[in-house]
Design a protein around this ligand. Structure first.
Ligand code: NAD
Length: 378
């Protein structure tokens, strides 16, 4: 059983899907691990560290040659997998609905045509036993933290209240919109920096979570939101009535905020629009908005992926691939997610992982030359 990891090739991707720690653990399971030379460089992992863990280093072709499983952060190009074993697994974030590099339907079709079994890790079901395998959670957590630091770096004022001999600096007011994994970490981080934090979500279950982190919940009243956790823990699209009430609430709240972090996503749909240009115009010049949903269509009008733009004196930060901006920690968690996934299904006799139906069918996009995932065949 040979497990391989290539250097990521998508623009701006600094993470790597295997670390010396996980390489060692795969070897302990009886696998051979091959890593492309330089694969860890942008995540501060030296080739020598992989070698010390027992991995073999080589060029891309040698790394993939005969591999049974190829790990990736994003999907490796099908051409790069030409030498892999017949029916090899590709285990990565495959972004089959995306249009950018490292994703898209064409790439899924190419994996199928090459006889590869493509497993999309972002389709991991949200069930308790899969929590440790969930790349969306591990990466969102870091993104929520980094979003606050990015906001602080762009903000020309301090976050904490400071009482100095020269006078008092008031605390920044931070508003977090969307309290999933990223939003919760954004609240916690902004609180640690001393900001006054408020937060909102459509899922009423988040109210308690916001309070428990010492922030103020700001909720649409008198129009039903989503009770409990919603399907699979995710939000759905809200009614026009709810959207109107939410827009009014945001309008009255946002004018008094210095920093807004938006993280709202709806699986399989464009991100909901939460902040309009007119609302931005009511904010104090020098305020900062970070749109973590910018690559999914954006929560904020005027946000541009990969850019920091200024509207009405307010900076709108739209960094792409925020987890990659913390490449070392993001790689460590991502690599552990992949190890936790493969090791949970490791069949000692077969010397390889054998997936069960619940998780296998949720993540498998292609098998035996066919695209098989229900969301891709209709
Ligand atoms: P997400 O990234 O899909 O969305 C971010 C947040 O935006 C969500 O809280 C969502 O409710 C919110 N949102 C959507 N539309 C909105 C709108 N119009 N206005 C305001 N907010 C809006 O969410 P996520 O981080 O993946 O987390 C969703 C839930 O799933 C959380 O409760 C989380 O704890 C849970 N979860 C469970 C597991 C597991 O059990 N394995 C794993 C990860 C997350």
């Amino acid at each position: 059983m040979k497990i391989a990891a290539l250097r990521e090739t998508a623009a701006g991707e600094r993470r790597v899907a295997v670390t010396p720690e996980t390489a060692k653990k795969f070897i302990a399971l009886g696998a051979e691990v091959a890593v492309e030379a330089g694969a860890g460089a942008s995540a501060s992992i030296a080739d020598a560290d992989f070698a010390a863990a027992g991995a073999t280093l080589g060029d891309a072709a040698a790394t993939v040659a005969g591999a049974d499983i190829v790990l990736g952060v994003q999907g490796p190009s099908p051409a790069a997998l030409a030498g892999a074993a017949p029916g090899a697994w590709v285990v990565a974030g495959l972004n089959p609905f995306g249009t950018g590099e490292g994703g898209g339907r064409e790439r899924v079709d190419a994996y199928a045509a090459a006889g590869l079994e493509a497993l999309a890790m972002e389709f991991m079901p949200r069930i308790t036993r899969a929590q440790s395998m969930d790349i969306l959670s591990s990466q969102s957590n870091l993104a929520g933290y980094k979003a606050v630091l990015d906001a602080a770096a762009e903000y020309g004022r301090a976050f904490p209240m400071m009482m100095t001999a020269a006078g008092t600096v008031s605390a920044a007011r931070v508003f977090v919109m969307g309290v999933g994994v990223a939003g919760l970490q954004a609240i916690a981080t902004a609180r640690r920096l001393g900001a006054q934090v408020s937060a909102t979500d459509v899922r009423s279950a988040t109210r308690e979570q916001i309070l428990s982190l010492g922030a103020k919940p700001v909720f649409v009243e008198k129009v039903a939101g989503i009770e409990g956790e919603g399907a699979g823990g995710y939000a759905g699209e809200m009614s026009p009535e709810y959207q109107r009430a939410q827009a009014e609430l945001v309008s009255s709240h946002i004018a008094r905020q210095d920093v807004v972090i938006t993280t709202a996503l709806i699986p399989g749909r464009p991100a909901p629009r939460l902040i309009s240009d007119a609302q931005i115009a009511t904010m104090r010049p020098g305020s900062v908005i970070v749109d973590l949903a910018v690559e999914s269509g954006g929560n904020v009008e005027g946000a541009i992926a990969g850019e920091i733009v200024e509207r009405h004196g307010v900076k709108i930060v739209g960094h792409r691939n925020v987890p990659s901006r913390l490449a070392a920690d993001a790689s460590a968690l991502f690599a552990r997610n992949l190890f936790n996934f493969l090791s949970a299904f490791w069949d000692k006799e077969a010397g390889r992982p054998v997936l069960d139906e619940e998780i296998g069918d949720a993540v498998r996009l292609t098998r035996a030359g066919q695209v098989v995932h229900p969301r891709l065949v209709s």
